[in-house]
Design a protein. Structure first.
Length: 267
């Protein structure tokens, strides 16, 4: 696997994982657009590992508070960090249950096609724009309810459709529920921690069972490092600018990408 291709995969994963434009769509499309074979599970694991470390590093205060809050929960005390841990936990059951079912029945790859990506990229752009355009900006993570967290978790189910974007659908739901833009992005990224960790665990099990790695460990380490750097930069830029620019630039990008994919399929 060439260094150039590894760099492209790492940058694609790192930049798109936490932006509302679907990292899975870009990673599925990258091999076909560049004329390369599928990168294999090892590269997927290492790319997501780099992204996971990036969100842990960027939100280290939240992560530390959550860890301390979990310990306090064992004593029956609910701290702000413990409450945040419970909010994230309340958002997880739907996606874990449905994704687990898809994996158990070997249906994970059923929707991984350029046509599905093109349609979902376009379709999910509209709710993002509507929620951001008309949603209030009054709710912060500290004031959100467990019902709101659960609703965002239900919305996350749409992320199982390639092209929908996990970040996109959770930020859309957050904005529709009146969350501030930066707060919806922050909660979406904190929700990503258990999801990415679970994905990495499943992919790791596939490797342990003898699945074709598709690359060397050295390739994987290069991808992990570059993915970490790209993801950290993407998170930093999004968190600094999202309150000012909103989600319209990402809506426009999704529409352009969807139309370009449709044009490619029509040729």
């Amino acid at each position: 696997m060439s260094l150039v291709y590894l760099v492209v995969l790492a940058l694609v994963q790192g930049i798109t994982e936490f932006l509302p434009i679907s990292s899975s769509a870009h990673l599925i499309l990258a091999p076909s657009v560049l004329g390369q074979a599928d990168q294999g599970p090892l590269i997927d694991v290492m790319a997501h590992a780099g992204s996971l470390v990036a969100v842990l590093v960027y939100f280290w205060r939240d992560i530390l508070n959550v860890a301390q809050g979990k310990l306090a929960l064992l004593t029956g005390k609910i701290t702000p960090g413990g409450r945040l841990a419970l909010l994230v936990a309340a958002s997880m059951p739907p996606v874990f249950i449905v994704a687990g079912g898809l994996y158990a029945f070997d249906l994970v790859d059923a929707l991984r096609s350029p046509a599905v990506i093109a349609v979902s990229t376009l379709v999910f752009a509209l709710p993002l724009w509507l929620a951001d355009r008309f949603g209030k900006q009054t709710v912060e993570i500290e004031t959100m309810t467990f019902k709101q967290a659960a609703l965002i978790g239900i919305a996350q189910l749409f992320a199982l459709i390639p092209g929908a974007s996990r970040s996109g659908v959770t930020m859309t739901a957050g904005r529709a529920l009146g969350m501030k833009r930066s707060e919806s992005a922050r909660f979406s990224m904190l929700m990503a921690v258990p999801v990415i960790a679970a994905f990495g665990l499943v992919s790791g099990l596939e490797l342990a069972r003898g699945a074709d790695a598709g690359a060397s460990l050295t390739d994987g380490l290069v991808v992990a490092l570059l993915s970490f750097l790209a993801a950290w930069a993407a998170i930093a830029v999004l968190m600094k600018l999202v309150d000012r620019i909103g989600f319209l630039p990402f809506v426009i990008y999704r529409i352009a990408l969807g139309l370009a994919l449709i044009a490619m399929l029509a040729l």
